[in-house]
Design a protein around this ligand. Structure first.
Ligand code: FES
Length: 176
């Protein structure tokens, strides 16, 4: 949750000074990192969309390909006749697949963006009412192209992926 009291700092110098002060109190390096990361606005501790977080590929037999951005280009196919992914045939539903969140958005449009929020790693979830993705940790919002909306904690976009549906409507392919 964003508050008026939050102060963002990108200053390595500030962190060094705080580190020196805390070390003088006898804190270990691990304790220092934990201390730095307790605040929500410190970009040195936040994750970035350029810094892929390992996200294991699903074990479902209805999944083939790669959905883990840390292991190379996103390129996978989902079987929409399966119980795991069949809900994507319904408008408003979404599924998390490795590093990606796939949704059947308003207008029966299949869309896919990065699942991991660049602020502090929350999961993006599709919200039909607003027709956007919302982070489940602090609420940052992203449109169907992965662009972060103004005024939220996240300050960078997530990736947008291409989707294509087989002619029979049963296989959804997602690519970078
Ligand atoms: S993790 Fe903080 S807004 Fe997403």
């Amino acid at each position: 949750m964003k508050t008026n009291n939050q102060v963002e700092s990108n200053s390595t110098t500030d962190q060094m000074k705080r580190g020196e002060f805390l070390r003088s109190l006898g804190m270990s390096s691990a304790a220092l990192m934990a201390f730095y990361c307790m605040g929500t606005g410190l970009t040195a501790c936040s994750k970035s969309s350029n810094d892929p977080t390992p996200a294991p590929n699903p074990t479902s037999t209805a999944f083939t390909g790669n959905a883990d951005a840390s292991k190379g280009a996103i390129n996978f196919t989902l079987d929409l006749t399966s119980t795991d992914y069949g809900k994507l045939k319904t408008v408003g539903e979404f599924v998390s697949v490795g590093s990606v969140v796939v949704a059947n958005a308003k207008g029966n449009k299949l869309i896919a963006v990065g699942r991991v929020c660049p602020h502090q790693g929350g999961n993006l979830e599709y919200k039909l009412q607003q027709d956007l993705f919302k982070c489940n940790l602090h609420g940052s919002e992203f449109n169907d192209a992965g662009k972060v909306q103004p005024g939220w904690d996240a300050k960078s976009d997530v990736a947008q992926y291409k989707t294509s549906l087989s002619t029979d409507g049963n296989k959804l392919t997602v690519t970078a």
